[in-house]
Design a binder for this molecule. Structure first.
Ligand SMILES: Nc1nc2c(ncn2[C@@H]2O[C@H](COP(=O)(O)OP(=O)(O)OP(=O)(O)O)[C@@H](O)[C@H]2O)c(=O)[nH]1
Ligand SMILES: [Mg+2]
Length: 195
């Protein structure tokens, strides 16, 4: 898809505030600081619109970006961030699960995992939800620029073992170098075309 326009359409947390439109939607999920907002910036070419921070817990809401006036790309709040209260963490978890359970227009979910650490317990929990709710998913290993060449096959192998998916299913991605951007677009386009 050629990105012609991007607009922050809505910032919301609770289901009653989510936009009630029929636009096909792709969600971006992963733990705090994994690089969700950075990936969206790279994908959509929007440096100014999308906030990124080195401090975890930057995105605390569901941000609905309207792309080409026809698709929603949603930046979900990050999980597993130790510095927010246990109550807030639980609420985010509930919001994410409710979103996955109820969002009718959801066409696919991009699950981001930090390539340096591989899948954490929280990532595996989210992965279980994605499987349970039967959402088509793409697994992206972020911050690939921080890996040494020799570490790349290792992280692919560990991720494959933990998620039970073939290695071809994983996309190594870097918001800094643009690695993986083309492969990710290709997969997203497939979700948006599938009816
Ligand atoms: N080296 C490197 N750093 C990255 C990459 N992507 C993101 N970062 C850095 O990681 C930090 C977190 O990035 P964000 O995009 O804000 O992460 P997030 O997942 O949106 O975080 P929350 O909103 O807190 O959930 C920032 O300091 C980014 O510059 C990448 O591909 N390579
Ligand atoms: Mg963010």
């Amino acid at each position: 898809m050629r990105v012609k326009s991007v607009r922050l359409f809505k910032v919301a947390l609770l289901p009653r505030d989510w936009p009630e439109t029929s636009y096909p939607e792709i969600a971006f999920a992963g733990r705090s600081n994994v690089g969700k907002s950075s990936l969206l910036r790279t994908l959509l070419g929007q440096r100014k619109l999308i906030r990124v921070s080195s401090t975890p817990g930057c995105t605390r809401t569901i941000n609905f970006y309207l792309v080409n006036k026809h698709y929603f790309f949603t930046d979900l709040p990050g999980y597993g961030f130790a510095k927010v209260s246990a109550k807030l963490r639980e609420k985010w978890g509930q919001v994410i699960e409710t979103y996955l359970a109820r969002r009718q227009t959801l066409r696919g979910v991009v699950l981001l995992i930090d390539a340096r650490h591989g899948p954490t317990a929280n990532d595996l929990q989210l992965w279980e939800w994605l499987c349970y709710y039967n959402h088509p998913s793409i697994i992206v290993l972020t911050k690939a620029d921080k890996l040494k060449q020799s570490e790349r096959p290792k992280v692919l192998k560990i991720s494959q073992a933990k998620l039970g998916l073939p290695q071809e299913e994983f996309i190594l991605f870097s918001a800094h170098t643009g690695e993986g951007k083309k492969a990710l677009w290709k997969r997203i386009n497939m979700f948006l075309q599938d009816k």
